[in-house]
Design a protein around this ligand. Structure first.
Ligand code: FAD
Length: 284
């Protein structure tokens, strides 16, 4: 099936875009997490969302989930690792392959800079996607560097496939891994590679592995979409949330500061309306 609008990200920006697109009778593919956004879930108390004077981030996320359910907009749980402009449509690569006439990027901001060596070794012993690359490391030894509790599910999944796994949480607080996985609380400084394999370096000490999974909630935008114009970690957009690629829109944290729920939701609405206009133009 070729969708009218594919939305990558289930924070307030993506949810708002999905609601507006559905109200405008477009076929919508909303990609992200059934829990919506760990960033939302983590906020203790939100006091600047109009109409909801004091609400926890988790309750706000539940309210958005209920809104999606009421409108029968499903969340497809898949992590998109690449978006390709194919002319009159886009191909989105995740665990599955999707096609859409337009795309709204609402994937939030990347937590943390890439590690030295990470970009260079991507696809050569370093992976950003457990689901996509697990089979390459069947029976092998891997290190998983997880930037959010959401990545623990992927580490659990990987542990079913590989022979040995070390999980490095890049966040404070307890881990809730379901399987027996050794956890190392040390901040890696670099990833290196040589004939003997991959090495996660912590200064003097190294941890050796066949593969290193670096799992973040969001992938850097210009990595996700080849040819997309960015400015630092942000996608360049105009006031209508259009990017330099026709048919591709960006909204929320990924489109720039301030990082706020209501601004993200507002931009999601604009992006969806711009996508609707774009589709109408294409049909002329
Ligand atoms: C602790 C904390 C407290 C905060 N408190 C407030 C507050 O009180 N008020 C306020 O206005 N703002 C607050 N913020 C900021 C707010 O959380 C963000 O501005 C907002 O969540 C951004 O929304 P978003 O939709 O752009 O992205 P996010 O909420 O980050 O959602 C993006 C989601 O997209 C999904 N995703 C990412 N990449 C992919 C991919 N490749 N494929 C599929 N899915 C993907 C992930 O599930 C991700 O969670 C707070 C943030 C934090 C961390």
């Amino acid at each position: 099936m070729r969708y009218d609008i594919a939305i990558i990200g289930t924070g307030p920006a993506g949810v708002s875009a999905a609601i507006t697109a559905a109200l405008r009778n477009k076929t919508v593919l909303l990609l992200g997490s059934a829990e919506l956004s760990p960033k939302m879930r983590r906020a203790h108390l939100v006091r600047n969302y109009p109409g909801l004077p004091e609400i926890s981030g988790s309750a706000l996320a539940d309210a958005m989930k209920a809104h999606l359910n009421a409108m029968e907009i499903p969340v497809t749980e898949d992590r998109i690792t690449a978006v390709y402009a194919m002319g009159d449509y886009f191909a989105l690569q995740g665990e599955n392959l999707y096609e859409s006439r337009s795309v709204i990027l609402a994937s939030g901001i990347v937590n943390g800079k890439t590690l030295p060596g990470e970009n260079e070794l991507l696809g050569r012993g370093v992976s950003w996607c457990a689901t996509c690359d697990a089979s390459l490391y069947r029976g092998k030894k891997v290190v998983v560097i997880g930037y959010d509790t959401e990545q623990e599910k992927e580490a659990d999944f990987l542990s079913e496939v590989v022979s040995e796994i070390t999980y490095i949480p890049m966040y404070a607080g307890e881990t809730h891994l379901k399987r027996e996985i050794s956890v190392l609380r040390e901040i890696p400084k670099e990833i290196r590679s040589d004939e003997a394999g991959r090495h996660v370096c912590f200064g003097e000490r190294t941890l050796d592995a066949d593969g290193v999974f670096v799992l973040r909630n969001a992938v850097a935008a210009d990595r996700l979409v080849p040819g997309l114009e960015t400015e630092g970690p942000h996608v360049k957009t105009d006031a209508m949330m259009r990017t330099n690629l026709p048919g591709l829109f960006a909204c929320g944290d990924i489109a720039g500061r301030p990082y706020q729920y209501v601004k993200s939701a507002g931009q999601g609405n604009i992006a969806a309306l711009s996508a609707v206009d774009y589709l109408a133009e294409q049909e002329k």
